[in-house]
Design a protein around this ligand. Structure first.
Ligand SMILES: Cc1cc2nc3c(=O)[nH]c(=O)nc-3n(C[C@H](O)[C@H](O)[C@H](O)COP(=O)(O)OP(=O)(O)OC[C@H]3O[C@@H](n4cnc5c(N)ncnc54)[C@H](O)[C@@H]3O)c2cc1C
Length: 481
């Protein structure tokens, strides 16, 4: 019980979980080279010894003991700010605890329908907090033919569903795709991917199981393979995380781990709550990354002697606009926080969704100025091993020189950073992930439309136009969009 050390975290992964990767069954994930960096990445989050980390990553719990701030339920703006600082300091494997926050967010609403579900959520929360556990967000179903509902698919398991109800629990079958870090967590929190209808009662199911539960199989995929030089891959060589294709092959879930089973009217509530907490993490990451892109673009322009060119200043200014809009969205989301009936405060949903949408929909066009300014070396720079070859080093020093004060090695490091984040395996992964993770663009549009103060805006328009009659009520169809 209590906070884990990095070593205890690593040892906790040796629990018989059934993992696969690159055509192999993984015998011991803690000794497998394909997972080495990902495990180191996750284990670093358990560093509470470094005083700088300790202040950000811990808090005093109600019982007076120190706990991981990941489990602190924010009750005011300062605690929300502290959560943002925490999420900046840890890896994605801590950030995916947003699924636990989604459960806490809906606990009272769910509890009003079935008090046992609320108790189960509270029990899971305490279990995760007291044992310093990591949690995956297991939401996205395989989904089959997108134009058809879950119950109308060729195979009824294309959305995860309940296949049996027993006195002591339920049996579930299905697969959840793209699950970040599923292989390296302690709890798989499974939630419905969307709202469900009357015909979909078996698909309205939420629960949590450890990855080592019988019938759970996780097939992993990563943009980072085995050993990667941290000179050539300064970001992904240090920090990476596999996604899991998580198969639930008739998995038994005891009732005390079930949070929804058949109450289809509540399925959408989970998906909505998760979207909020997950997008907060995405927005924090996107704002930091945008600032990094500004810095990298300015630095490479300076190294190459083009920083005074008007077209370069213009392109860097575009990047600055992008970075600042994201930073301001995040600031607004925290400053204009909202409060749930339970007293938990959460970031402003409109600001989060607008910021996340802006980040995702403009990211690809923001990579363009970075690549434009940097030139072809982004992808053609030879690797470190060639640079270190004594026969070649003098040629590198001669031909990659730009001007006094710019070391060739530093210029190479900067090119490697730009390539790694935007043009190589990890960079390609980011192009897709920015659009899809946290729900696609449409999801953020739906929430923004629903959350915006349309009534207030219409009042403004009525007043400006001099119309005395009250506005017609919003069309039902539009409200449902
Ligand atoms: C790197 C990465 C990490 C991720 N991590 C997680 C995670 O940890 N947990 C998790 O649960 N999920 C995770 N996701 C999944 C992510 O949330 C989904 O990729 C996203 O919601 C889109 O779903 P999809 O991939 O099935 O694409 P689709 O739903 O197939 O979307 C593709 C396109 O089809 C459109 N579309 C889909 N359905 C319809 C329809 N009925 N009518 C009209 N248009 C439609 C969409 O709007 C979109 O334009 C991750 C994804 C990535 C890429």
């Amino acid at each position: 019980m209590g906070m884990k050390t990095p070593e205890q975290y690593i040892a906790s992964l040796r629990d018989g979980r059934e993992l696969f990767m690159d055509g192999r069954k993984i015998a011991d994930v803690t000794r497998d080279p394909s997972f080495r960096v990902a495990i180191e990445t996750a284990a670093r989050d358990y560093d509470y010894v470094n005083p700088a980390h300790r202040a950000i990553r811990t808090y005093t719990m109600e019982n007076g003991e120190l706990g991981n701030r990941l489990f602190q339920i924010p009750r005011n703006a300062e605690e929300l700010q502290a959560r943002v600082a925490l999420l900046r300091s840890v890896s994605i494997l801590s950030a995916t605890a947003s699924s636990l926050f989604a459960l806490l967010h809906v606990k009272d609403e769910i509890g009003a329908v079935n008090a046992q579900y609320a108790k189960n959520i509270e029990r899971l929360y305490q279990h995760c907090r007291d044992n310093d556990l990591r949690i995956a967000e297991v939401i996205t179903d395989a989904k089959g033919d997108r134009s058809r509902h879950p119950a109308k698919q060729d195979d009824p398991d294309l959305y995860l569903r309940v296949v049996a109800r027993k006195p002591d629990g339920i049996v579930v079958r299905g697969a959840k795709l793209h699950i970040t870090g599923a292989a390296l967590v302690h709890e798989l929190i499974v939630l419905p991917t969307k709202a469900m209808g009357l015909e979909e009662v078996d698909y309205a199911v939420a629960f949590s199981v450890p990855p080592a539960t019988k019938g759970v199989k996780i097939v992993n995929r990563s943009y980072a393979h085995g050993e990667m030089s941290t000179f050539d891959y300064p970001v992904s060589g240090h920090h990476n995380m596999p996604e899991g294709f998580v198969i639930f092959d008739d998995v038994f879930v005891p009732w005390e781990r079930v949070f929804l089973c058949g109450e289809y009217q509540l399925a959408g509530t989970f998906a909505h709550a998760l979207g909020l907490w997950e997008r907060v993490g995405s927005l924090i990451f996107a704002a930091d990354r945008a600032r990094l892109m500004v810095g990298a673009a300015q630095l490479i322009a300076e190294y190459n002697g083009i920083d005074k060119a008007s077209h370069v200043v213009d392109k860097i200014t575009e990047l600055i606009f992008y970075a600042e809009i994201l930073r301001m969205s995040l600031d607004t989301a925290i400053r204009e926080y909202e409060t749930a009936p339970s007293g938990m405060v959460y970031p402003n949903a409109l600001a989060v969704n607008v910021g996340k949408y802006h980040a995702a929909s403009n990211y690809h066009s923001m990579v363009r100025p970075l690549h434009d300014i940097s030139g072809g070396l982004v992808v053609t720079l030879p690797v470190e091993a060639d640079y270190r070859n004594p026969e070649l080093t003098p040629y590198f020093e001669k031909y990659l020189h730009t001007k006094p004060g710019v070391a060739v090695e530093d210029r190479m490091k900067l090119y490697n950073l730009i390539r790694d984040i935007s043009a190589d395996a990890y960079g390609g992964w980011e192009l897709v992930t920015t659009l899809q993770a946290g729900g696609g663009l449409t999801a953020q549009k739906i929430v923004s439309y629903r959350t915006y103060d349309l009534a207030g805006a219409k009042q403004e328009a009525l007043r400006a136009a001099g119309i005395a009659r009250p506005a017609a009520p919003q069309a039902a169809a539009a409200r449902r969009a």
